[in-house]
Design a protein around this ligand. Structure first.
Ligand SMILES: Cc1cc2nc3c(=O)[nH]c(=O)nc-3n(C[C@H](O)[C@H](O)[C@H](O)COP(=O)(O)OP(=O)(O)OC[C@H]3O[C@@H](n4cnc5c(N)ncnc54)[C@H](O)[C@@H]3O)c2cc1C
Ligand code: SF4
Length: 330
């Protein structure tokens, strides 16, 4: 492991200035992803800038009635927050579906958004991988890819984004706030992750050296009628092979508003806009839910060993929306 320096910062402007002056430095949140990647040599920072003492560890109401989640709020505190549980339940459920209690106690909101893929070739430094070593190839396409992407991938990379939290944030139209030496900025989650294209090593639209300061959840009374469901290969402590965050408002049997986001199927949390369009204003029935899932998944491009994700996601859409519709009818 390469030698590195360690520095704790106490205010946001100091954090941004330190990173701006040292391109070899990286922010350190809980370290649950970054430190693992340093041990294998995938990340080789010269300095870690620990952001956990920054005053960004609160969940606060915004003036318009939304929530501002600080970037250093731990995953455990986020999932336990009463306003999150009551008003955005799918977010609390998604966070609790991830990792383990110990990891959630360490992991932060900012770090969760920027965690790297779990593609086995990415973490195997002995072999090629376009994401780790641009231009070296993508062995997953011909090799082991049973948990790789079916939507929005490219011939250069078929990796998925592993975050559960991000999937719920996508359904809630979250906005990421950041700070750079030039001042603050915001990125809607829909624009935060870059399309894969031929540059899979470029993952987000965050300016270089930017510190994530928080995530805004816009006010949305409908978000209280939300749920997260995750399918994995064992019951706990495993990444998703498919997941979904769903928000549903049904009035007199008609879909008034619906939001759907898929996880573990693309290089970023995948907002299922085709399915939403197909459902809005139509009947809240299992047949309509299945047809909407088909409309979204028509764009799926499965590889030889991940085609099972297409019916898996279809079934998840039908099951979760049926549950939410039944709840609304009670
Ligand atoms: C065994 C295991 C199982 C897991 N299972 C799941 C799972 O099922 N679902 C799931 O979603 N996740 C899972 N995770 C991943 C875990 O959620 C992430 O490792 C964690 O959320 C990362 O947060 P962190 O604060 O530790 O980030 P760090 O490791 O500290 O940082 C990650 C990246 O974010 C950057 N960074 C951190 N904070 C900021 C900031 N404020 N601004 C800008 N950049 C920043 C760092 O420089 C680094 O590049 C698992 C992890 C492990 C080890
Ligand atoms: S899928 Fe992406 S991360 Fe995995 S080997 Fe291919 S280029 Fe690398």
């Amino acid at each position: 492991m390469k030698e590195f320096g360690y520095q704790r910062v106490l205010d946001v402007s100091e954090a941004v200035a330190v990173l701006g002056a040292d391109p070899d430095a990286r922010f350190l949140g809980g370290g649950t992803n970054l430190v693992d990647l340093m041990k294998t040599g995938i990340e080789r920072p010269g300095r870690l800038v620990d952001v956990r003492e920054l005053p960004l560890d609160r969940v606060e109401m915004t003036p318009d009635g939304g929530l501002l989640i600080g970037a250093t709020v731990t995953n455990s505190d986020l999932a336990a927050h009463p306003e999150v549980r009551r008003r955005y339940p799918a977010l609390a459920q998604a966070v609790l579906a991830g990792a383990s209690g110990q990891l959630r106690n360490m992991a932060t909101v900012g770090g969760n958004l920027l965690q790297r893929t779990r593609c086995g070739y990415f973490t195997d430094v002995a072999g090629p991988c376009n994401k780790r070593l641009p231009g070296s190839g993508c062995p997953a396409i011909e090799g082991e890819h049973h948990n790789h992407a079916i939507l929005g991938a490219s011939g250069h990379c078929v990796a998925t984004h592993p975050s559960d939290m991000g999937v719920a944030l996508a359904a809630f139209d979250a906005v990421v706030r950041y700070e750079t030496a030039d001042g603050p900025g915001e990125l809607p989650l829909a624009d935060f992750y870059l399309p894969v294209g031929d540059t899979p090593h470029l993952e987000t639209a965050l300016p270089s050296g930017a510190l994530i300061t928080g995530v805004i959840l816009p006010p949305a009374p409908v978000a209280a009628h939300s749920r997260y469901r995750k399918v994995r290969e064992r019951a706990s402590y495993a990444f998703a092979i498919g997941s979904i965050a769903a928000v549903l408002d049904v009035r007199d049997g008609v879909v008034h508003e619906v939001r759907l986001a898929f996880g573990a199927v693309a290089s970023r949390p995948w907002r299922a806009l085709e399915a939403e369009r197909a459902l809005t204003g139509g009947p809240a029935t299992a047949e309509a839910f299945a047809a909407a899932a088909d409309a979204e998944l028509a764009a799926a491009e499965a590889l030889p060993h991940n085609g099972y994700k297409v019916p898996l996601m279809r079934n998840l859409v039908v099951a979760l929306l049926t549950e939410l519709a039944e709840e609304a009818a009670r």
